[in-house]
Design a protein around this ligand. Structure first.
Ligand code: AMP
Length: 306
């Protein structure tokens, strides 16, 4: 039993109204793997970094049961870099720069023992690479895909090809509208489900997330945080918590997926409380369970008629 994760490993420059970080550890695969590690192990990581990727970062991954045989370290190469600046509401951000660096020539080669992975998380990365990974996996049972506006804009055909092949697509509300050109989220969701995925998750930032199957909708609340320090990686952390719980429980029912959405949301709420990966580096099962229960209590009410 294993979980395969592909995505970016990055050095992020992040500016929020409350914090600034230069070259902090980030990347979709990093957030996903660390978050998933609280539910399952090992995590098979496929990605690429330059030799500027520090020993302490490799250690962080290894400490979270991440197997790095599939991580290519390019000599004299520079790790992917991304910069983002958040607006005052922290729900929106502008990309300041994207430096592909070692990603430019990256060919994801899946190690032999990774190929039988049944659970696969295609983290936010060029859909061409996501497709190359899918071709190498032998019999995946549950494929979850994350993406972003950039790929919807510049690699639309490739992204649609990926979407056809996955079980769950995770996107945010603006991406759902961008893919479909439909402003109403429920209509947009129906249109996306027709493109292939059995399930769809639409994240709505500080307003929670929606889970769709063909005939059901589940609405998860957001955790009411007063201090959001750095939202970077919240989406990836959500995805990691979600698939980690699904892999752990081996139950693909809609009911179980609802719980996975709450666990993903709980992990994401820890992520945004600190810069970079700091908020999810040292979690305990007790802390996660407590937050999971707090999430449940947010929507609990009695149906007694008075
Ligand atoms: P999130 O806040 O969950 O959307 O994810 C933020 C992470 O995505 C950052 O750590 C970035 O390094 C990474 N990222 C941003 N742009 C890209 C891109 N074009 N390809 C891969 N990863 C990216």
């Amino acid at each position: 039993m294993s979980l395969l994760v592909i995505g970016s490993l990055a050095f992020d420059t992040v500016i929020t109204p409350f914090a600034k970080a230069d070259n902090a550890l980030g990347g979709s695969a990093v957030y996903v793997s660390v978050a998933a590690s609280y539910f399952t192990k090992p995590i098979y990581l496929v990605g690429v970094v330059g030799d500027d990727f520090k020993e302490e970062h490799v250690k962080l991954l290894k400490d979270h049961n991440v197997d790095i045989e599939g991580l290519q370290i390019i000599e004299n190469g520079k790790t992917f870099r991304w910069g983002g600046k958040y607006h005052d509401d922290m729900n929106n951000r502008d990309t300041l720069f994207t430096e592909l660096n070692v990603f430019q020539d990256f060919d994801p080669v899946i190690p032999e023992n990774y190929k039988k992975s049944e659970y696969v998380l295609l983290g936010n990365i060029d859909p061409t690479l996501q497709l190359r990974v899918l071709k190498q996996i032998i019999s995946p049972k549950f494929i979850v895909c994350d993406t972003m506006n950039l790929w919807i804009d510049i690699k639309n055909a490739e992204l649609l090809e990926v979407i056809k092949q996955v079980h769950v697509l995770i996107i945010n509300d603006s991406e759902a509208r961008l893919i479909t050109k439909e402003p109403n989220l429920i209509k947009a969701a129906k249109m996306i489900m027709k493109m292939g995925p059995e399930f769809l998750i639409i994240k709505k930032g500080e307003h929670g997330a929606l889970l769709f199957s063909k005939d059901k909708i589940f609405s998860a609340p957001a955790y009411p945080l007063e201090n959001i320090y750095d939202p970077t990686g919240a989406g990836d952390t959500f995805a990691g918590g979600f698939i980690g719980y699904m892999q752990k429980t081996q139950d693909l029912s809609f009911e179980n997926m609802k719980k996975a959405v709450i666990y993903g949301s709980a992990l994401a709420s820890f992520c945004v409380e600190h810069l970079s990966t700091k908020g999810i580096e040292n979690l305990t099962q007790t802390k996660i369970q407590e937050r999971f229960k707090e999430f449940l209590s947010l929507t609990e009410c009695s149906d007694d008629e008075k």
